[in-house]
Design a protein around this ligand. Sequence first.
Ligand SMILES: NC(=O)c1ccc[n+]([C@@H]2O[C@H](COP(=O)([O-])OP(=O)(O)OC[C@H]3O[C@@H](n4cnc5c(N)ncnc54)[C@H](O)[C@@H]3O)[C@@H](O)[C@H]2O)c1
Ligand SMILES: O=C(O)[C@H](O)COP(=O)(O)O
Length: 524
Amino acid sequence: MYRVLVADAINAEGLQPLLEYPDAVLIEKKVTDPDVALEKIDAILVRSATTVTEELLEKMPQLKIIARAGVGVDNIDVAAATKRGIVVVNAPDGNTISTAEHTFAMMAALMRNIPQAHGSVKNLEWKRNSFVGQELYGKALGIVGLGRIGSEIAKRAKVFGMNVLVFDPFLTKERAKNLNVQSCTLDQILEQADIITVHTPLTAETKGLINAEAIKKTKKGVFFLNCARGGILDEQALATYIGNGHIGGAAIDVFEVEPPGEHPLFKYDNVIVTPHLGASTKEAQLNVATQVAKEVRTYFEDKPVSNSINLPAISTDIYEKIRPFHNLSKQIGAILSQCVKEGVHELSINYAGSVTELETSYLTKALLSGFFKNRIDVHVNEVNALLTAKERAITVGEKISTNAFGYANSITVTAKVEDRQFTIRGTYIDHYGPRIVFMNGFNIDFLPEGNLLYVQHMDRPGVIGRVGKILGDQSINIATMQVGRKRAGGEAIMVLSFDKSLDDASLDLLQKLDDIVLLNRIHL
Ligand SMILES: NC(=O)c1ccc[n+]([C@@H]2O[C@H](COP(=O)([O-])OP(=O)(O)OC[C@H]3O[C@@H](n4cnc5c(N)ncnc54)[C@H](O)[C@@H]3O)[C@@H](O)[C@H]2O)c1
Ligand SMILES: O=C(O)[C@H](O)COP(=O)(O)O
């Protein structure tokens, strides 16, 4: 009998697939409840309220699957779960519409002072002149992050007659055209939008994306919304610019710390807030609960789950053989993603030599998981890689060939964007390891691991020295350095590795050097 702990408020009707399953028993209790025998639990169902830490996992040695009834898995230590062989599943699209509608409701309420007016009338006041608002019609709405929720907001905003500006570094022209939105840079949004709403995942790159520096570029009277994750919009900066009158108002559903307790934003009348209600509708809760209950049951029935975040989809035996190429493929995908930040519309993969004897479709999925890591909120793995590429309108082509360019095997991948393409080739050498042997037209040879810097530059005397001097002056130790060029005096590349990640200030200094053509920081 499987014991399933329902640790958060999850829609009871949605749990039906598990309630009807004869081999499962459901226990509806918090993880902190002393009556729960954590050591006997096989599956846990959570929302955002329960944090699944490594410490908690240590107390649950029987745990086989963690199901998140919602999108964000930032409350689950996925790496710790993976290390323990625990499958993590979520419900990525069950609450998209509800969150888009909540954002829209917040936007309308913000622009028409509805919460403030409501409070005033209930206080027996009748201050019609105090709550004069603004129309949505004709306003420029800036959407940062055009994924599932951002796209639904864009569609609704068009119907309201708004002018929709979007910033998403991974947006293709085709997708922008289909949604009839204007693709912009973040700065263009900051400078032109009347209302700005964020819908990215919270990642190292998006944390503080809208900070004081960014807010300074906005129009006076701009309105902000955050119904994604606390921290994308810097709360302290927001409070400062609301306090000095630059920002017209803000609507906030999510906070850096939840519940937030006393908060600097709460003293401003033009800030409206909700307690992380984006997904709190009957429909969304039924959707996500049903999705995860079905997933857990499917897992117990030993069938493949559809929205796994960390499950390898093949047997352990085959996985052992494929593992070196699996890791190499993931690294190639991750390098490509960090070297080509624009909207990729095609990825063509060429397998040659001994690797063609293996299940290459699995490697393609591994490559895509590396490519999408840090690009989108969904954790892409072998299970959902192709579907994710399809959803993002990226064509993935796979070819087998005999020409391994002198190596025993090679994996060559080309990413195509609007007006350029970028190719990377890797190989796995027995008893030596994975190597990247070709990048953007140049032969090279380096280990795909750790903190790297790709520098494309003019092949002139002194360039390498100047790069080395800047790094030395910043006390950055170069661990390894590989160079490559096509011909003397043309373009050349160098790939450097460091013991720690290269900071923004040093990258800026390098960018300003003469003779530098392209710089990409790569973290693997
Ligand atoms: N308030 C709520 O209750 C609630 C409910 C559901 C989801 N969410 C949150 O909403 C957010 C969006 O969810 P989704 O399902 O639309 O995710 P999604 O993965 O479909 O979309 C995220 C988009 O952000 C883009 N992006 C990534 N990095 C970016 C960057 N640096 N700048 C601009 N764009 C960037 C990606 O390309 C992608 O298109 C997530 O943070 C999610 O956790 C909140
Ligand atoms: O990531 C999500 O799905 C949302 O933030 C909803 O979280 P909740 O399930 O705690 O409402």
